[in-house]
Design a protein around this ligand. Sequence first.
Ligand code: SF4
Length: 429
Amino acid sequence: MKYRISTLGCKVNQYETQAMETILLSRGHMPAPSGERADVVIVNTCAVTAESGRKSRQLIRRLREENPEAVIGVCGCYSQLSPEEAQMSGGTVIFGTGDHAAFLQALEKAAEEATVCVDDPFRRFVYEELPAGAVAGRTRALLKIQDGCVNFCTYCIIPYTRGRLRSLPIEKCAEETARLREEGYREIVLTGIEIASYGVDLPGKPGLAEAVCAIGEQAGPMRVHLGSLEPTVVTEDFCRALSSVEHLCRHFHLSLQSGCDRTLKAMNRKYDTARFYHSVQLLRQAFPGCGITCDLITGFPGETEQDFAETLAFLQKCAFSDMHIFPYSRRPGTPADKMPGQCTNAVKQRRAADALSVCNEMHRSFLEACVGQTLPVLFETEKDGVSTGHSDTYVLVRAPGEGLRNRVCPVRITNTDGESLSGIIEEEQ
Ligand code: SF4
């Protein structure tokens, strides 16, 4: 069968899409050439906000119209949450966030009948192993090492779509890493729904640091890049263990969400600003010059101007290298959706703009501090004799040079335009 896959959402969704494609190719199915109709269309949906739910429905409807004869398979967080709506939008085979192998089998069978098969994610006890990798290109591979979340942040629907905590056993993490190294990848990105909770479900409760060290031992020249982290996982022991990983990327993305303790409490986040800042300091001590980025929500219900002023001041204190900023989006089914003090869109957007200007200043300062340093850069693209890639601190770097794709080279940074760096490739020592 000829298939087409459309994916919304996070790195875990991207990972599961590439895994499904790897399985489809291994079963002799082919991607439908562009412009040609597909026999099967897969929509991997997202439900993190009400808006992503709307986009999921819209995408199912559009692909149904574009492929009237095709089997429309829907999976992911939105169909996990609202299977009926996914079916009404035009889905033929409806699954959730689990059992992707059964989903693909149902698609193969579905040319005949519609199927709705969505389980209870809190009754999933076994981690679903899917093949890691990346279908397009061999530079960066995703490795999903964890699934589920039980933190129940008040704005988040994910625990209800992904269920209880499950982890890929350490020996499997090491095996998959060795396979990806042999396949020629130069960077492995460790992802999951809440990787800070890695291992709590495994015998002996190995922590994330143990998994990263085991992966580091198998990675060889491959860079090891951590996905988003809850700040509470960052301790002296964690940093000490990670300092032993040879090619660990010195980039840490911490989930902050607010820089105001009152708002963090209302979000049911598991730390306050003092604990968060302690994590930032520990990382900077263990990994000098590292890039620290974060997520921020603006206009959370009940957030006052004073609260937001505290947040802006805290951002500047942390001096992040970059940020992802999200105006709060109401998500039906979450406690925050029912909270009093809902901010207007104008207030949410204005606060997001204020945070962005602070972010741009911090980003520029971080880049200026890189001038004169030599950074290892993984080159990904090339144009007109200039190669472009990412440093291990996760900054975009350009340097004159050809034929460098998928190679890590030391680059002496000579300049910045406030958004990226440029430099000269140095001879490997
Ligand atoms: S940690 Fe919080 S925001 Fe992240 S997935 Fe879990 S509940 Fe959602």
